[in-house]
Design a protein around this ligand. Structure first.
Ligand code: SF4
Ligand code: SF4
Length: 418
């Protein structure tokens, strides 16, 4: 098995390596390539093999047998890259870049399964692990997309709002730990569909100056004025989704038409095509300093089952761990907290999967470490068949098996009697 070490950037620089390989022509590699002696970039995309980035050759994983240098892993998809390296039987030393790795894998410990943490410990552990808090300040969505449970659950006729006490408890808790990760306005509402979105953004931004405030939008309410208002209120990241009707083939010209419709309403938004595959078309956008993506995906190929309620292309018996109940927190407008983005509290079929309501707890940290959250995590941290719904048939956030990750998890997560 490869020698695998988790190292800080400083430690990496102090090793004085003269030649390192970086895995993936990712955003992280494009940003940080010149801080280390990167001599080649390994990438799975066959179209990139033989090309160059900043005069650095891009090689395929199969060519790695000719490159014995240590490989730096940074950015996302770490677990699947480790599985790939293991499957290729490579002997390269693996260096996992601690600061630039997004995986929760290396923050995991048995403390995330323990009911015995005091409040200070809970706050520390939450800060170390949680990368995403997702919420909906109101319930309204104007659409009933065919791949979304809103196709049969009414989110149009009676708009409900998140109670101010719920919002304040959330903001207060996150401010106490100076939360600097992402807060996403997503769930099952259209954020721009009600003005409470802007006032909520302002409240959160004034207490959490370092956090990334992100939203997903269907684009229907997007204009130069609404985009500017959201930006001035604190939004600094946005995904504009281009949704195709159910029976519309996934074609570039159709997607381009959807993009042009959005751009016509928001002339300040500038977009250039950045990705085009048979199931994903994306435009990189610029608007002031906001990070914006606009994309269409083929839900027939890459959709997810939404906790068993939407037909999915690849349902099977899950064996992979799922780290979402560790790294993310999802709160509906009612204050109900659920284990992942696929579950919603207003669907009677999923009601049993609600893990608690923020109003029942003194702090969000007490909820994150409540009995229901702990037992949901306990069933999902390891490799092995998942026999319980909805996880047993969910392929979302799966990772590939590797002995390294299996051993790592067993070492980190086996609970010693306290
Ligand atoms: S996918 Fe988004 S826009 Fe479509 S119905 Fe669901 S929440 Fe609304
Ligand atoms: S396995 Fe799927 S349904 Fe279960 S918590 Fe993870 S994402 Fe949600």
């Amino acid at each position: 098995m490869n020698a695998i070490t988790s190292v800080t950037h400083q430690e990496l620089q102090q090793r004085n390596d003269t030649s390192l390989l970086a895995w993936g022509l990712s955003k992280t590699t494009k940003t940080h390539w010149n801080t280390l002696p990167i001599r080649a970039i390994v990438d799975n995309n066959p179209k990139l093999t033989g090309t160059f980035f900043q005069n650095i050759p891009i090689i395929s994983p199969a060519q790695l047998h000719q490159w014995p240098d240590p490989i730096v892993l940074w950015g996302g998809h770490l677990e699947n890259i480790l599985a790939k390296i293991e499957s290729l039987g490579l002997a390269n030393e693996i260096l996992i870049h601690q600061e630039l790795t997004k995986s929760p894998l290396f923050a995991l410990s048995q403390h995330y399964l323990s009911p015995n943490n005091n409040l200070q410990q809970k706050m520390h552990l939450f800060k170390k692990m949680v990368r995403l808090v997702e919420l909906e300040p109101h319930s309204y969505c104007n659409r009933t997309c065919w791949f979304c449970p809103n196709s049969y659950l009414d989110r149009r006729s009676n708009t409900k709002f998140m109670d101010e006490s719920i919002l304040q408890k959330l903001i207060h808790g996150l401010a106490e730990i100076n939360y600097d990760q992402t807060i996403s306005f997503t769930r099952y509402s259209e954020p721009f569909g009600n003005d409470v979105f802007y006032s909520t953004l302002k409240k959160i931004r004034s207490s959490l100056p370092q956090a990334t405030l992100h939203a997903n939008t269907n684009g229907d309410f997007l204009t130069d004025a609404t985009l500017s208002k959201a930006y001035e209120s604190g939004l600094n990241s946005l995904n504009i989704q281009l949704y195709l009707p159910q029976h519309q083939p996934f074609e570039y010209t159709y997607v381009q038409g959807l993009a042009e419709k959005t751009l016509k309403k928001t002339p300040s938004l500038k977009a250039t095509l950045s990705q085009k595959t048979d199931d994903w078309i994306e435009f990189a956008c610029t608007f002031k300093t906001m990070h914006i993506r606009m994309y269409a995906r083929d839900f027939r190929k890459n959709g997810n089952p939404r906790g068993d309620i939407i037909p999915s292309p690849s349902l099977s018996n899950r064996s992979s761990p799922c780290f979402l109940p560790f790294s993310d927190l999802y709160i509906d407008h009612t204050g109900d907290a659920v284990p992942c983005c696929n579950i919603r509290s207003d669907d009677p079929k999923q009601r049993a999967y609600v893990l608690g309501n923020i109003q029942e707890y003194e702090t969000i940290f007490d909820m994150y470490f409540s009995k229901n959250f702990l037992s949901w995590r306990e069933r999902l941290w390891s490799f092995g068949p998942k026999t319980f719904p909805p996880c047993k048939s969910c392929h979302f956030a799966s990772i590939d098996f590797s002995h390294y990750i299996d051993n790592h998890l067993k070492k980190k997560m086996v609970i010693t009697k306290e």
